[in-house]
Design a binder for this molecule. Structure first.
Ligand SMILES: Cc1cc2nc3c(=O)[nH]c(=O)nc-3n(C[C@H](O)[C@H](O)[C@H](O)COP(=O)(O)OP(=O)(O)OC[C@H]3O[C@@H](n4cnc5c(N)ncnc54)[C@H](O)[C@@H]3O)c2cc1C
Length: 321
């Protein structure tokens, strides 16, 4: 459910009507929060449109150990601090979902589930959502044993068995988080080694609770009316049924670009194609963070791109005057 809330002071700017802005920032994760801090400080009349709550994927991460300035920080603490900083600078947020964006009369028309806004410029910072495997049982048992967020759901698996599917940084970090609560953890990866940071990967595969399933694929999630009871894996030794209570999936992400597909060029993976880091195929539209094809998907790159996008728009607005 979505409802309209305005958080933060309404800043002054050049727009004339209530729903007209110099800049709309779509999304509320680290990229958008950074863009909002810079936009507010530049005095750009802006609006941040976030569908749920600011923080994005980073807020759902138990610990971040690679963001400069913090040897370890809870993702939600880091993004709450960004949000507070943005609000203190004068950033304005609404809790709405962008449903479409198009060009109209030289402006960008942004329609949400609750209203519509026109803007001179748009920053797409809607990030990415977890990819699914599309195997039987995955959707059926979502929320009843299947999860995309160990940080959120780990307490439900205290003393139980779980498996994690994936081999990147997110899979390994979240698997390590699960080792604190589960009795046994299986790690299923389609290759014969992990792509994650070597330090974390070593820590995980050497953990006493962890069993690894290399070169293996999850082909089905099995269960009963209570929830997940196991998984079926294709392994080099053949098909195996493994008992488990929880299945945590980290098999990639899909950029949240559906509302913008007619406004900017997307690549084959639905990411916004960028030029000069934050520019897009549309001169009035910029993009920042995990929604782009820039590759390295981290908080530090998202905040950098958000800042760059607002700075580029500030310069364009200055030159228009
Ligand atoms: C499990 C896990 C662990 C991670 N660990 C680390 C780590 O240790 N260090 C690190 O640097 N990075 C880590 N990352 C990656 C990091 O979280 C992301 O790179 C970062 O959050 C990207 O920020 P973003 O603002 O681009 O997008 P997101 O964080 O995805 O935020 C996008 C926001 O846009 C909103 N949104 C989407 N569609 C719409 C719409 N149509 N209308 C309005 N709002 C919309 C979403 O609700 C969301 O809040 C991790 C990610 C995961 C999943």
């Amino acid at each position: 459910m979505s409802f309209k809330i305005e958080i933060g002071a309404v800043n002054s700017g050049a727009g004339s009507s209530e729903n007209s802005y110099q800049l709309v920032i779509a999304g509320g994760g680290p990229a958008a929060l950074s863009a909002a801090i810079y936009a507010a400080r530049y005095g750009i009349k802006h609006l941040v449109v976030e569908s749920w709550q600011p923080g994005g994927q980073a807020a759902l991460t138990a610990e971040i150990e690679n963001y400069p300035g913090f040897s370890s920080v809870a993702g939600s603490d880091l993004t709450n601090a960004m949000k507070q900083q943005a609000t203190a600078a004068g950033a304005v947020f609404v809790m709405e979902t962008v449903e479409s964006a198009e060009e109209k009369n030289g402006k960008i028309l942004i329609k949400t589930d609750l209203g519509q806004y026109t803007s001179d410029y748009l920053i797409i910072a809607t990030g990415a959502a977890p990819a699914t495997l599309g195997v039987p049982g995955e959707e059926k048992y979502y929320g009843r044993g299947v999860s995309f967020c160990a940080t959120c759901d780990a307490p439900f698996f205290k003393g139980k068995k779980a498996i994690v599917v994936g081999g990147g940084d997110s899979a390994v970090k979240e698997a390590l988080h699960l080792t604190h609560v589960v009795s046994e953890l299986g790690l299923v990866h389609r290759r014969d080694k992990l792509r994650a940071e070597p330090y974390l990967a070593k820590k995980l595969v050497e953990h006493e609770k962890v069993t690894t399933w290399w070169n293996s694929h999850l082909v089905e999630v099995t269960g009963d009316d209570q929830g997940v009871t196991g998984v079926i894996l294709d392994t080099p030794e053949g098909r195996k049924h493994i008992e488990t209570n929880g299945v945590f999936l980290y098999v990639g992400t899909v950029p949240a670009t559906e509302p913008f597909k007619s406004l900017v060029d997307l690549d084959g993976k639905k990411a916004v194609v960028t030029r000069n880091i934050v520019g897009t195929s549309n001169p009035r539209v910029f993009a920042a963070g995990d929604v782009t094809n820039n590759g390295f998907r981290q908080v530090v790159t998202a905040v950098s791109e958000g800042a760059r996008a607002s700075a580029a728009i500030f310069e364009l607005l200055e030159n228009e005057e």
